[in-house]
Design a protein around this ligand. Structure first.
Ligand code: NOJ
Length: 497
């Protein structure tokens, strides 16, 4: 009798152990996908009527700013190889392909007075091919490749951008909205506003005034997003039955110690990142902590008004609730300690406004990217923070991934396993996440890093003119993961990782 009891006890403990460490359940209707973006994969930079965008210009005229001096002129050649891409996506067995539209392929100058019909044809062909292969297109309308003339007028610091972007978005809904039902207005505004207007990384004649341009950009981007959301709701949604959101990027910020100053610094860092975009679209305004801090610092710097622009009453009404779902791009975590008295922050800057010192724990597994570490618990904390702070919105993870060159990419698999487990736990704990899209289906042009950084499930050989796509170990692993998920259609789908 005692033996039988012991046996039962053993099986019970063993099953608990397995379910805690090996099994990753997801809700039944959960979707998986892979992502890319136009400039990073398409190539064909000057083919069939496409206009010049800032990355064409930048990579041609300031090659020294790109690590390997490369360009996206050919990239993965997806303009020509898109059917092959659809096949590798299909082979992975995922539900979703998230890609972006090249603004200057559709409107060569950025303005709506001239439409390039080859651009419309190209995206129609891609969308049709996806649908024919049972893959859901999730379309990002703007993923950083701004038409060059629009940067000449100050890019997103110029409020006129709202009008130009609305005209562009309207054209995309008109031509593609009969088949595209998942839209993202912008990709990672936090990143592109910072890179363009705060970090002075770009050779454009734009207001790169620290502590100012980044907020002007955020202000215009947010108003634009809200107006486009309204336009889609009023003019297209009933007919086209689609959903529209925005892809917001955020890290998790963990206090380095349990000292009050460090805890406060980590809270500030999160509010100045996640909060800068989540707060306006959920509640209609920038977070209080941002408003007060920038106002106070601005006064002490002798500005007569805050460096942070204000939203009008109408803006606030428009912004509040301007999403059907929110895309979340998340990769990594920082440890934060208080830096509010750092001496080299005497002049205005975003870093001074945040007042935190960011670092990684040396114990965290690193990628080849200086900012990207494998910290799955940070993902869980960010998801539950969003659940609690922002009314548990419908979330789709629109990007998450790891940089590693090798074909046998064990570190990427380790990262994906950990982050998917965190995500699974978050969904079981009530986070309203409906899908997970990994970055990226294949290696591509990684902006200032050129081709030196590899995020693909598929390895791409950029020295071979045919740009072969070769599955990494992670492609095989992810395929199995998704397949196991599809096979199970219980209330909770059980996935072995
Ligand atoms: C964010 C961006 O959306 C994407 O374009 C980039 O390649 C990945 N993260 C990796 O850095």
């Amino acid at each position: 009798m005692e033996k039988i009891f012991q046996k039962f006890l053993f099986i019970f403990i063993f099953t608990k152990f397995i379910s805690a460490y090996e099994i990753t359940p997801f809700p039944q209707d959960f979707l998986f996908g892979v992502a890319t973006a136009s400039y990073q994969i398409e190539g064909a930079w000057n083919i069939n009527g496409k206009g010049e965008n800032i990355w064409d210009y930048y990579s041609h005229y300031s090659p020294s700013m790109i690590k390997d001096g490369s360009t996206g002129d050919v990239a993965c050649d997806s303009y020509n190889k898109f059917k092959d891409d659809v096949q590798i996506i299909k082979d992975l067995g995922v539900h979703i392909y998230r890609f972006s539209l090249s603004w200057s392929r559709i409107l060569p100058t950025g303005f709506a007075n001239e439409i390039n019909h080859d651009g419309i044809r190209y995206y129609n062909d891609l969308i049709n091919e996806l649908i024919a292969n049972d893959i859901i297109p999730v379309v990002t309308i703007f993923h950083w490749d701004l038409p060059l003339p629009l940067m000449a007028i100050g890019g997103w610091t110029n409020p006129l951008m709202t009008k130009y972007y609305m005209e562009y978005a309207n054209i995309t809904f008109h031509y593609f909205g009969d088949r595209v039902q998942h839209w993202l207005t912008m990709n990672e505004p936090m990143s592109f506003c910072t890179d363009t207007f705060e970090n002075a990384q770009q050779p454009f004649n734009v207001p790169q005034i620290k502590g100012i341009g980044i907020y002007l950009c955020a202000h215009t981007v947010l108003r634009t997003h809200a107006l486009v959301y309204k336009m889609y709701k009023n003019e297209y949604q009933e007919k086209q039955k689609g959903k529209i959101g925005i892809a917001i990027d955020s890290r998790w910020y963990e206090p380095k110690t349990n000292k009050t100053e460090d805890i406060e610094a980590a809270t500030r860092a999160l509010e100045f990142d996640c909060g800068m975009y989540f707060n306006p679209i959920v509640y209609g305004d920038f977070p209080e902590i941002m408003k007060t801090r920038i106002e106070n610092l601005s006064r002490s710097e002798n500005f007569s008004i805050s460096r942070l622009p204000e939203f009008t009453k109408d803006d606030k009404e428009l912004l509040q609730g301007s999403y059907d779902f929110i895309g979340l791009n998340h990769y990594s975590t920082w440890l934060v300690s208080d830096g509010s008295s750092k001496t080299n922050w005497r002049t205005p800057s975003y870093a001074r406004d945040v007042g935190g010192i960011m670092e990684a724990d040396p114990k965290w597994p690193n990628s080849t990217m200086s900012w990207l570490y494998d910290v799955p618990w940070g993902f869980y904390k960010l998801l539950t923070h969003i659940r609690d702070r922002y009314k548990n919105p419908i979330i789709v993870i629109t990007e998450n991934g790891f940089a590693q060159l090798e074909i046998q990419d064990k570190k990427r698999i380790h990262y994906l396993k950990g982050y998917l487990k965190s995500l699974s736990k978050a969904t079981q704990d009530g986070c309203n996440v409906k899908g997970y899209i990994t970055w990226s289906v294949m290696d591509n042009f990684e902006w200032f890093e050129g081709f030196t950084q590899r995020f693909g499930l598929y390895y791409v050989n950029f020295t071979d003119p045919s740009r072969p796509r070769i599955p990494r170990s992670s492609a095989k692993w992810f395929k199995k993961f998704v397949h196991t998920h599809l096979k199970n259609n219980n209330k909770f789908l059980v996935v072995q990782v």
